[in-house]
Design a protein around this ligand. Structure first.
Ligand code: GCW
Length: 687
């Protein structure tokens, strides 16, 4: 063969070897140094721990590390101690988590000193909204990694096993220890014998990584699966049905975790269909699981199209039931009182149920935050919620502390994240969406960790100063200064940017249609449930804009503990980030900046768009420090995000301007789209 062909082949080979498709997440093969691992016992979990150390060790060449299981009171549940000899823990899983911590510190260059680390929550779980046909509700990264359609749907292939294995390892590496394998809008199929066999296959792969499997169940399963006349939770046959189903599950999967239930919400059946309460429904299922150590995560996301403000409904439904739930029932509440919006105040349920385990549910998949197109790092949003003071037990009773067992005696402490994972090669659709999966795990382990630290860690683990450059010359070797710092800054600002270009100042739920992607403050088709249309939430008219939740309005403020109720009610003290969440205000209302409310709205949309333009520049500037594949992928997504931000700005300003009847301040860039064009385009796409 001619030399030139050899050169071309070698070149192609080198590109493909370096091709970075994002599949390895934050677990890159960094090339290891020799280490001598001493571990007296052997087990599937400990063997993983030893292998990980041997493959990823970056410390002193030839060092000896001792892995030791020994009871120590300072170490709790899955916690561990890192000391000068190695890692100590009460359990095998504690050892594994300690190994991942040690390796992470080596890779990120964080100091490795004597430390004890205990998880904030005992159960750190991903909720997959995956359907048996392989589709994923609100999934933007391809089909399910667990389920698929077709004749071979239930055949467990080597490729399945490999993927589940990689998934389990990634989760364990950030401390996640549970997965709900199917959608909360649950199909009864999941409880059939055939599907349970596949659940068992998944559980077998997850087990050594400490990941338990859970299933979402439909409350009417006794009727749907076995033809019982009723699914009334107080009916003896129904009770027996659940007991037998649970027994069957545990005979197949002895360490099965339990159930997640969405009941009497958005058309799902529930105990109220039979005149029973949520407590009666949850307890019946919980009683069946109790002998096996299983739990029920019962969702508080319930609301109906009544006259009552949607933001008040979950609290009104659940707080009166406090004390009535069995101790293996966990009430799972979304971070905000409505629905995973770009910004909501925390749900007043947190801290208000003092005798019940309450779990925060965060949404990792970006249903309302640009899906897999927009670069939005969610840790700042979750940190904002977890660090919110509820004042339920005085200062310091943050949402984090009201849910992690440090204030109330909760038998189970749980935190759940709605997953953003699918079959896409890079798992999440957007390289930077991987950071949200990572961030959820890190916050579930340590609910006081700062967003900045998470971003820093993730960037150092995911990108590398040694990235081969393809044609673009780096300005200098200063990876930290020229890559890490600007990109971290971009991540940390990205959520506020999204709030600015989508719904600033407390605006919420102004998406067109059910896609929850683009703007639609006008969207209100005839006959649609009013609480599913944006005008219900923004209430714009010629007098002003915003939802009055003070005592003059829906009085949702009084669900917050003082001093918050007064703080949110009073215009002088209500934080401007929540202004239109709690108040309906005239367009010429004077803001702290001295501008009118209308002007302030305009400036927020404008600054959101400008922030994305800045992100584009930052990303282009870091090109020399990123592999070509991921550089191009993110660059292209940012272009889309910028176009979308323009659409959001133009749609919202032109629509609201019909009511404000005021000019858009003249120092702001003019809209480039016509309102009618945007309305028509959206109609065409999503009719
Ligand atoms: O926000 C809504 C989503 C639904 C979802 C529901 C829920 C799974 O639009 O797709 O259903 O929340 O959380 O139950």
């Amino acid at each position: 063969m001619k030399t030139s062909i050899w050169i071309i082949l070698l070149y192609l080979l080198s590109i493909s070897l370096y091709a970075e498709d994002g599949h390895n997440l934050w677990l890159h093969d960094k090339g290891s140094v020799r280490v001598n691992v001493v571990c007296k016992k052997s087990s599937p979990t400990l063997n993983i721990a030893v292998d990980e150390l041997q493959q990823g060790w970056q410390g002193k060449d030839g060092a000896t590390i001792v892995l030791e299981i020994r009871k120590d009171k300072a170490i709790k549940s899955d916690g561990f101690e890192i000391n000068s000899n190695g890692i100590k823990a009460n359990t095998e899983l504690g050892i594994l988590y300690g190994v991942y911590e040690l390796l992470r510190r080596q890779q990120t260059g964080e100091p490795i000193e004597e430390m004890i680390s205990n998880p904030s929550y005992a159960i750190r779980i991903l909720n997959h909204w995956d359907n048996p046909d392989g589709t994923i509700e609100r999934g933007y990264a391809g089909h399910s990694i667990f389920w698929r359609l077709g004749e071979t749907a239930l055949v467990v292939t080597d490729a399945d096993k490999m993927l589940w294995h990689e998934y389990a390892r990634a989760n364990a590496s950030v401390g996640i220890n549970g997965s709900v394998l199917n959608n909360v809008n649950a199909s009864p199929l999941m409880l059939s014998k055939e599907y349970l066999q596949r659940v068992k296959a998944i559980a077998d792969i997850f087990r050594p990584y400490g990941i338990k499997v859970y299933l979402s169940v439909k409350f009417s399963s006794p009727t749907l699966i076995s033809g019982l006349k009723t699914s009334d939770p107080l009916n003896p046959e129904v009770i027996k049905w659940w007991q037998e189903k649970v027994k069957e599950i545990y005979s197949i999967i002895p360490d099965f975790g339990g159930f997640l239930v969405k009941a009497n919400s958005e058309g799902m059946p529930g105990p109220q269909d039979f005149g029973r309460t949520h407590a009666e429904g949850a307890n019946m299922i919980a009683a069946a699981l109790k002998p096996y150590g299983g739990i029920v995560m019962w969702r508080a996301f319930v609301y109906s199209p009544s006259d009552q403000d949607r933001a008040r409904q979950a609290y009104n439904e659940f707080v009166p039931l406090d004390g009535k739930f069995l101790d293996n029932v966990i009430i799972q509440s979304k971070n905000g009182p409505i629905d995973f919006q770009p910004r909501e105040p925390f749900s007043p349920l947190f801290g208000a149920m003092k005798k019940t385990s309450v779990a925060p549910e965060l949404q990792i998949t970006q249903e309302y935050l640009g899906q897999s197109i927009h670069l939005v790092f969610l840790a700042p949003m979750w940190e904002e919620c977890l660090q919110s003071e509820t004042y339920q037990e005085g200062a310091g009773s943050t949402v984090a502390h009201c849910t992690d067992g440090s204030i109330y005696l909760q038998k189970f402490t749980v935190i759940a994240g709605v997953s953003n994972i699918g079959l896409d090669v890079n798992w999440c659709g957007h390289v930077f969406a991987q950071a949200n999966w990572y961030a959820f795990g890190r916050l579930a382990w340590n609910n006081s960790i700062k967003s900045e630290q998470i971003a820093d860690e993730w960037l150092r683990l995911t990108f590398s100063p040694d990235t081969p450059k393809h044609g673009v010359t780096a300005l200098s070797d200063d990876w930290t200064g020229h890559f890490l710092l600007p990109v971290k800054q971009m991540m940390l600002e990205s959520r506020e940017a999204a709030v600015n270009y989508m719904m600033p100042l407390g605006l919420h739920h102004i998406f067109a249609a059910d896609h929850h992607y683009g703007p639609g403050p006008w969207w209100a088709p005839k006959g649609m449930r009013h609480d599913w249309t944006p005008p219900y939430y923004h209430k714009a008219d010629t007098n002003g804009i915003g939802f009055d939740r003070t005592s003059e309005g829906s009085n949702a403020v009084n669900q917050y503990h003082e001093p918050l109720a007064s703080k949110f009610s009073d215009l002088k003290t209500c934080p401007e980030i929540y202004l239109l969440w709690f108040h309906h205000l005239p367009w010429d209302y004077k803001m702290q900046s001295g501008r009118t409310l209308w002007e302030e709205i305009c400036y927020h949309y404008e600054s959101g768009l400008n922030q994305v333009r800045e992100f584009q520049k930052i990303w282009d500037m870091v090109e020399p420090y990123v592999d070509h594949e991921r550089f191009v992928a993110v660059q292209s997504k940012l272009r889309n995000q910028c176009r979308d931000a323009q659409i959001w700005k133009d749609a919202c300003l032109l629509y609201f301007q019909q009511f404000s009847r005021r000019p858009i301040p003249y120092d702001i860039e003019r809209p480039v789209y016509d309102l009618n064009y945007l309305i028509d385009e959206d109609m065409k796409r999503y009719r």
